[in-house]
Design a protein around this ligand. Sequence first.
Ligand SMILES: Nc1ncnc2c1ncn2[C@@H]1O[C@H](COP(=O)(O)OP(=O)(O)OP(=O)(O)O)[C@@H](O)[C@H]1O
Ligand SMILES: [Mg+2]
Length: 283
Amino acid sequence: MTDRSAPIIALDNVGKSYGIITALQGVSLSVRGGEVTCVLGDNGAGKSTLISIIAGLIRHDQGTYTVDGGPVRFNSPREALDRGIAAVYQTLALVPLLPVWRNFFLGSEILKGSGPLRRLDVRAMWEKTDAELHRMGIDLPDLDQPVGTLSGGQRQVVAIARAIHFGARVLILDEPTAALGVMQSGIVLRYIVAAAREQGIGVIFITHNPHHAYMVGDHFVVLARGEVELDAPRAELTLENLMFHMAGGAGLTTLQHELHLVPVPEAAAGSIRENAGQPRNGR
Ligand SMILES: Nc1ncnc2c1ncn2[C@@H]1O[C@H](COP(=O)(O)OP(=O)(O)OP(=O)(O)O)[C@@H](O)[C@H]1O
Ligand SMILES: [Mg+2]
């Protein structure tokens, strides 16, 4: 049993520059098993840079990145994966025309026989996929159907379940609900919570959507221009607060003033409301 109180991964003052461009600077965060950490931020805020460092796609050039308490510098996503750190990107790395069970084992196929008779163990893969999806509470009507015919939410969930089955302890989800409608987002959000609470996975949930984040998050990090604009546990944050920081925080207030969108004073707002339903000119 892993110690849920000790962070699996921790970043301390991590940064990354490309020549004179600073993509990320001074980012500290820890991810614990069983918790969902939401990373939010506008376009260009540094979200992709951050998760690429964590997942071993690029290397940081400032600060330290530790896994299970020891510093790491991954040379490839494979090295991160070997430590149980997996990323599920929006592209999902699924093959639409192949059946669900085949996608589940893509790249890690179970084989049987030996020599020239070596072939795919279809039955074993089918049964394992069935058992795993059921164990994780995912109910698909037919494992033989091509993945391309599943709904967007179901596809996400299959990709996440696959990562967990192959040993993910930390799961990075890059905008998993961005292309989904309300119902489909619900499927994915429910599954994110189940993965954390029931399987003790540490989830990093990247999103533009503060509503989605607030529904599932235990901890929130908002990035702006490569730096941490907000870092707060759920207990210290309201949804309104999170939305305010997402919208640009103090910068938004400045913009309102520049555009003369000065908030209506409370007294004036009251008199407007009182007059609202009344006929004009006394008629
Ligand atoms: N390879 C690179 N070379 C130069 N600059 C880069 C590189 N990668 C990222 N940047 C810059 O670093 C900053 C952060 O980019 P990043 O892609 O991490 O943002 P993001 O939060 O993922 O944005 P989006 O929501 O648009 O995906 C941006 O200003 C970007 O232009
Ligand atoms: Mg990005």
